[in-house]
Design a protein around this ligand. Structure first.
Ligand SMILES: *Cc1c(COP(=O)(O)O)cnc(C)c1O
Length: 457
């Protein structure tokens, strides 16, 4: 078979600035060993996130020009509303400036306070918004997701037996909602099967618990369903997505992911009364009903992006380019979460840096090492992002230490990716030369964004 090539040509380019190893040592120190605090121009390949970092298409840029900036009832809003409705089938569509604004509005209005929000895995901003609303988030991941080496088609699934047991133990009235993240970002970018969503829905329905979808990567998830789940091979991505959303009472979405937009999001739902409450909060915090926190041009870019992302030539290339990195890592025996997911490669930092104990943050150490070695920026998804403190001040670590290298959509070429694999391999070969870190400053919430570190001797 031939190489699966990038399904686009490049019309406009941005420079990459190169730094030396000595410069990077200094830059990293100044950033307090937190890659979030490094200036973007000091990064060679930026895999911090796939959020808002997509290359927009020429059609999207044309849409930006066409954007209708009317305060109320802009044409761009109606084009945006139409495609979101086509995909989700949901009648109430509320634009927001990004995913977390949808989460904030949703959890503030559903009466979550004092209750539980159950999930396959809550994303970090979702968990923070759940907690900010006075609720408690609980992840009920399927058993096969817990071992990074297990190859299974749908490791993003929710554990339905655990869901049933949780409801039996705590009572359905204590569960504010169930929210399924597709694909499961914090769980390795792994997809969720249609069967799993259907089974979760059946349980929710029998207890009258609302089911929401965190839809950031709905198209990548739909493509995995098409490839891996019996009965979906001949369906279109739109049909699969539509079916997926048919199980849900609502969804939150960051258009910075699968809509190829640099900013944007939405909240959609079937319940008119809930939508009314959400819209009241929207007007106070985001803006009028037909623009949320967005410009008309942003709504236009999102509307076009949502159609483009369902193109199967694109999705094939997308999934293949992540798999390609995995194959390169396999050649060196480098541990990562298998199989590769939709938008990122997740290095198993706990095993990669097995000489660094968890309270010295092996994931952070790996992130810093990748930057020093090759100017690559990734993100720790482990004890820094999700760690909590016990009453005695000791660290409560999440089950697995990961470093996520997220691949921006349509941005890097195969030679960039080859370089990334070479740098990872070089760090792996000299990994025992890298030590752990301690935290010198941390904010009370979402600490990974702004925490400061110091290398341990
Ligand atoms: C990015 C993301 C969010 C939050 O969206 P923002 O646009 O960054 O606010 C929520 N859930 C998941 C799964 C995400 O990947």
């Amino acid at each position: 078979m031939h190489t699966i090539i990038e399904p686009f040509r490049i019309k406009s380019v941005e420079p990459i600035y190169f730094t030396s190893h000595a410069e990077r040592l200094e830059i990293l120190k100044e950033a307090h060993y937190n890659p979030f605090l490094i200036r973007a121009r000091d990064v060679i390949i930026d895999l911090l996130t796939d959020s808002g970092t997509s290359a927009m298409s020429s059609e999207q840029w044309a849409g930006v020009m066409r954007g209708d900036e009317s305060y109320a009832g802009s044409d761009s809003f109606f084009r945006f509303e139409k495609i979101v409705n086509e995909i989700t089938g949901m009648p109430y569509i509320i634009p927001t400036h990004q995913g977390r604004a949808s989460e904030k509005i949703l959890f503030s209005t559903v009466g979550a306070t004092g209750k539980y929000v159950l999930s396959n895995t809550l994303f970090d901003t979702t968990r923070a918004n759940v907690e900010f609303a006075g609720a408690q988030g609980v992840d009920l991941r399927c058993a096969e997701s817990k071992d990074p080496d297990t190859i299974a088609p749908f490791k993003g699934n929710m554990d339905t037996a655990a869901l049933q047991a949780f409801i039996d133990e705590h009572g359905a009235e204590q569960v504010s909602m169930v929210i399924i993240t597709v694909t499961n970002n914090s769980g390795g970018g792994q997809p969720v099967s249609m069967a799993n969503i259907g089974a979760v829905k059946a349980i929710c329905k029998s207890y009258n618990i609302p089911l929401f979808i965190d839809a950031c990567r709905f198209a990548e998830n739909a493509y995995f369903i098409k490839l891996r789940e019996p009965g979906y091979g001949t369906k279109s991505i739109l049909q699969i997505a539509h079916e997926l959303f048919s199980y849900a009472d609502g969804c939150t979405m960051s258009a910075k992911k699968d809509a190829f937009a640099n900013i944007g999001g939405f909240l959609a739902m079937r319940d008119g009364q809930l939508a009314e409450k959400c819209r009241n909060l929207l007007i106070i915090t985001e803006g009028f009903l037909t623009y949320g926190g967005l410009a008309g041009r942003d709504l236009e870019a999102v509307a076009i992006g949502l159609r483009e992302v369902m193109n199967e030539d694109y999705l094939k290339y997308r999934v293949r380019s992540i798999q390609y990195i995995g194959e390169k890592l396999d050649a060196f025996g480098i541990p990562y979460v298998k199989p590769t997911g939709g938008h990122a490669i997740y290095l198993d930092a706990g095993r990669f840096m097995d000489h660094i104990p968890v309270h010295h943050y092996p994931g952070q150490a790996l992130c810093c090492a990748l930057y020093l070695e090759g100017g690559i920026r990734g993100v720790e998804i482990g004890s820094v992002m999700f760690g909590k403190y016990a009453a005695d001040g000791s660290l409560i670590a999440p089950p697995i230490e990961l470093v996520r290298l997220a691949i921006p959509r349509r941005v890097y070429t195969q030679s960039h990716i080859d370089y990334v694999a070479e740098v990872i391999a070089a760090v792996y070969q000299k990994r025992h030369g890298f030590g752990g870190y301690r935290i010198t400053y941390e904010p009370p919430m979402l600490r990974h964004f702004t925490a400061r570190f110091e290398p341990l001797q």
